[in-house]
Design a protein around this ligand. Sequence first.
Ligand SMILES: [Zn+2]
Length: 163
Amino acid sequence: MTATNDTAPPKLIVRGIPTEHAQALRRGGPDAHGQPPIAAVARGAGNPCRHCLQLIADGDTKLVLAYRPFGVPQPYAETGPVFLHQTACARYDADALPAWFAHLTPALVRGYDANDWIVYETGRVVAGTELAEACHAILARDDVAYVHIRSRFNCFQCRVERG
Ligand SMILES: [Zn+2]
């Protein structure tokens, strides 16, 4: 027997930030506050790169910068700190969340509408192991265009869309 569409697990679209933007930042291009990224040594296991969506190894150099995960400034376009690998890495582009997100606990998750405004009823704080289920539940709403996952510090992790 082969799986049918009725039994196949639902897919998500999960991508890191655009490669062109990551490369511009690595060349010292301006962050969301118009400043060059700051190079620092990554310590511990809490330094996710927003391009490859993997953890930057302890001792490696990371770039610290302000990122606005929205195309244009508007009231809901939150801007905050993120990390990037200093050297080139492969953009994450998959139909599921990175496995290590299970340890992103607690995580913040919320939906945005087609105008990039928060859909307030969707905001949740969940365990990392519940993130995929939470994304599917929020994306089931007609008024939600996409979901953002953030750390407990409110740092943007990634955008999630319907697969
Ligand atoms: Zn990376």
